[in-house]
Design a protein around this ligand. Structure first.
Ligand code: ADP
Ligand code: MG
Length: 223
């Protein structure tokens, strides 16, 4: 096992549908993320970026291939093991943030903890530390409809970081934001990258080059 490779995507394919309506979204994609690395993956719309992150975050299963986290094939996890893993060791920032509208920021952030057997009381210290760092203390009791796009994204980042993931994945983090929010999320992501590996997929080449320590094109790794 290669210890400095935290995430290894090995020859992953993902097909949607069958027969004539089949779409081959991922066609044997392979790449590694090194410990503490900040990897940007660039690709046009429809090139399989969201499908790739959904596979890595175990939201969907690849049709074939392996995804190893610290040498363990997470794409084969099932049942209780999968539930414990999902949203834990790999943090996932959805393109549309996916906060629940009827819960406050605080309730959204602590939502995944119950699945991992952690009480809100145990998590209070980490919640306040993260909220301070992400500048969301004033919005903790607001609902998503009362927050700006940048605030919603920072709340979603807090939710993804509560369980201290070793890899944090972002799906087009700049696409729903104004210029000011892009600057603030860029500095937040850079700050988080001191503690965890970061994988960002984006169609924004300038952003990828600005933040990533390594940038690859999905068309070069998706055979
Ligand atoms: P990107 O995020 O780069 O825009 P996606 O991963 O969303 O790309 O989509 C890759 C391809 O797979 C596209 O052709 C898309 O239409 C198709 N696709 C994505 N999700 C589904 C799905 N749930 N069912 C069928 N086809 C899908
Ligand atoms: Mg997408």
């Amino acid at each position: 096992m290669d210890w400095n490779k935290i995430l290894q995507v090995k020859n992953v394919t993902k097909n949607y549908g069958k027969g004539e309506s089949r779409t081959a979204a991922l066609r044997g994609i392979s790449f590694d993320v090194l410990e503490g690395e900040f990897l940007g993956i660039m690709g046009d719309s429809g090139s399989g970026k969201t499908t790739l992150l959904n596979c890595i975050a175990t939201m969907t299963r690849p049709t074939s291939g392996e995804i190893l986290l610290n040498g363990e094939d997470i794409s084969a996890f099932k049942g209780a093991r999968l539930a414990k893993y999902r949203g834990g060791k790999i943090g996932y920032l959805y393109q549309e943030f996916e906060l629940l509208d009827n819960l406050t920021a605080r309730e959204n952030i602590v939502l995944p903890l119950a699945l991992h057997g952690i009480t809100q009381k145990q998590a209070q210290g980490s919640l306040m530390e993260l909220a301070g760092r992400l500048d969301i203390v004033p919005v903790l009791d607001r609902f998503p409809s009362q927050m700006s796009g940048g605030q919603k994204q920072r709340v979603a980042i807090a939710r993804a970081c509560m369980l201290q993931p070793s890899v944090l994945c972002f799906d087009e983090p700049t696409s729903a934001l104004d210029v000011e929010s892009i600057a603030s999320v860029t500095s937040i992501i850079k700050d988080l990258s001191k503690e965890m590996a970061i994988l960002i997929i984006t169609h924004d080449e300038g952003f990828a080059k600005q933040v990533g320590t390594r940038v690859v094109r999905i068309t070069d790794i998706n055979q």
